[in-house]
Structure formats: C-alpha cells, structure tokens
Design a protein around this ligand. Structure first.
Ligand SMILES: [Zn+2]
Length: 69
C-alpha cells in the first residue's frame, strides 16, 4: 500500500479514475490486476460528490521507472 498522496483527480484520465490504468504511470491494468488503493471520495466545488477507484501497478519499481521516464 502506498503512502503517497494521490494526484488530483482533475489531472487523471477517465481510465485512471476508473481503475483501468495505473494512477501513477498510466499503464493499462487488466481486469482484477493492479493494487487497489481503495475507494476515494471526491466533492467537487460545483457538483455532487462521487467515488473513484484508483489502482496502481503491482510492480512499484517498474511503475516508478515508467512514471519518471
Ligand atoms: Zn504504474
């Protein structure tokens, strides 16, 4: 489990918000793959609150390499 704070949801793609892609490096994650970071609640300034479900790569070092390359 990461201790990093998640990036702002407004900076993420729809795939990242839905847990289809890694929240850090944007690599596609298969269904059921990746590490679930837990349900996140967002309350936009204008609009209804909603949940999103970030996931990250199971291989953290490879993920970091992709993120920083
Ligand atoms: Zn990743």
């Amino acid at each position: 489990m990461t201790t990093r704070s998640l990036p702002p949801i407004t900076s993420l793609t729809e795939a990242q918000q839905r847990g289809w892609a890694c929240v850090w490096c944007r690599a596609a994650l298969g269904i059921g793959l990746g590490d679930d970071l837990g349900e996140q609640r967002v309350r936009p300034a204008n609009g209804a609150a909603y949940s999103w479900f970030p996931r990250q790569c199971p291989d953290a070092s490879a993920c970091l390499a992709r993120e920083t390359s």
